[in-house]
Design a protein around this ligand. Structure first.
Ligand SMILES: C[S@@+](CC[C@H](N)C(=O)[O-])C[C@H]1O[C@@H](n2cnc3c(N)ncnc32)[C@H](O)[C@@H]1O
Length: 339
């Protein structure tokens, strides 16, 4: 058996340097937000042209590109002239596997990235650090910036589109008549479920921001006669009478007290005879967004194990009945309300 050679001091310093560098990840996000890779396209473009096309200052655009070219993200062809590399091609919005929506600081993920500066407080307190740091909650921030809110909803809809086939497969949706999607965002999940199962009816509950987009989506999808989107809060009484209360990718954003509060509202609305399904990544399972758990920590939330969900359900008057995993790591946890 051969032991690996001891790391030299230089190796360790280099590794730490790479792990702790904040400038390069942020510089890539700035380049993505300015759409530099799109402006370059398949050509070689001067810094002056890029600055003009991205409405920025040539000198600082040049310094940004110099830094990123030194790290292989862009390539300098001649002084002040750049072209895309295989890496920066992925920043283009027209790339079939674009990273742009994840890196656009003004986009859906940007608010989470900005929020990471509150991680220290989150680790110290174990509570929502976003609100005390920025003066309003993450979702209040989203709701006060229409462009960012729309980008966030679009990103969530993209994630749903990736996982929808698995979610459709993982559960027997023919056993349900009416679904209420709690905090259902812009309606991508409910639309997918209702399109796949013409017998289903659905109600979506979310903030006004998301409800407007969801209503439009239902109309465009031709399911407006079976789906309604209503403004409401998951911390207030939910519409009664659905067979199933579904809540996807949302409980993870909240601590145990708030999480149990949300589930209690679902349990109250589902009684008697209804079901509640939480759809989330379980702690330790593969996930589509790396480091999701620490993003959630900033909001005071967390990924949970099956046992933690069982306990959370129990605190909310729900019994965990079945667990339906999917290949991507999404898990459907089915609860029934206690009598
Ligand atoms: C992470 S997103 C998940 C959206 C959707 N379920 C999905 O999987 O794409 C969390 C959602 O919770 C909604 N939300 C936040 N606070 C809420 C509240 N008090 N009542 C209802 N929805 C809320 C947000 O507007 C957002 O759409």
């Amino acid at each position: 058996m051969s032991a690996s050679p001891p790391a030299t001091t230089t190796d360790v310093a280099q590794q730490l340097g790479i792990l702790t560098d904040l400038v390069t990840p942020w510089a890539i996000r700035v380049a993505a937000t300015l759409r530099l890779a799109d402006h370059i396209g398949d050509a070689t473009v001067s810094v002056e042209d890029l600055a003009r096309r991205s409405d920025a200052v040539p000198e600082t655009v040049g310094r940004l590109l110099e830094h990123l070219a030194a790290r292989g993200v862009f390539q300098q062809d001649s002084p002040g002239r750049y072209r895309n590399t295989e890496l920066s091609q992925r920043l283009r919005r027209d790339h079939p596997m674009t990273f742009h929506p994840w890196l656009d600081i003004e986009g859906g993920m940007g608010q989470y990235d900005i929020g990471l500066s509150a991680l220290l407080l989150a680790v110290r307190t174990g509570e929502d650090a976003y609100t005390p740091t920025f003066g309003r909650s993450f979702f209040e921030d989203l709701n006060t910036d229409a462009r960012r809110g729309a980008a966030y909803d679009e990103l969530m809809a993209t994630l749903t589109a990736w996982t929808l086939p698995e979610i459709l497969q993982a559960y027997d949706w023919t056993t349900v008549g009416h679904i209420t999607d709690v905090a259902g965002g812009s309606g991508a999940l409910l639309t997918g479920l209702l399109q796949a199962h013409p017998h289903l009816r659905g109600t979506l509950v979310d903030d006004a921001r998301a409800v407007g987009t969801a209503s439009d989506r239902f109309t465009k999808a031709g399911i407006a006669d079976r789906a309604a989107a209503v403004v409401g809060s998951m911390f207030e009484p939910l519409p009664h009478g659905a067979d199933l209360y579904l809540i996807k990718s949302t409980v993870m954003g909240w601590g145990d007290d708030a999480g149990a509060g949300i589930l209690r509202r679902c349990a109250d609305a589902a009684r008697p005879g209804g079901r509640v399904i939480v759809a989330e990544f379980l702690r330790g399972a593969p996930r589509l967004v790396p480091a999701l758990d620490l993003y959630m920590a900033v909001l005071g939330g967390k990924e949970r194990t099956e046992e933690e969900f069982r306990a959370l359900g129990s605190a909310a008057g729900l019994t965990l009945r079945t667990v339906h995993p999917t290949p991507s790591g999404y898990c459907l946890l089915e609860f029934t309300p206690d009598a």
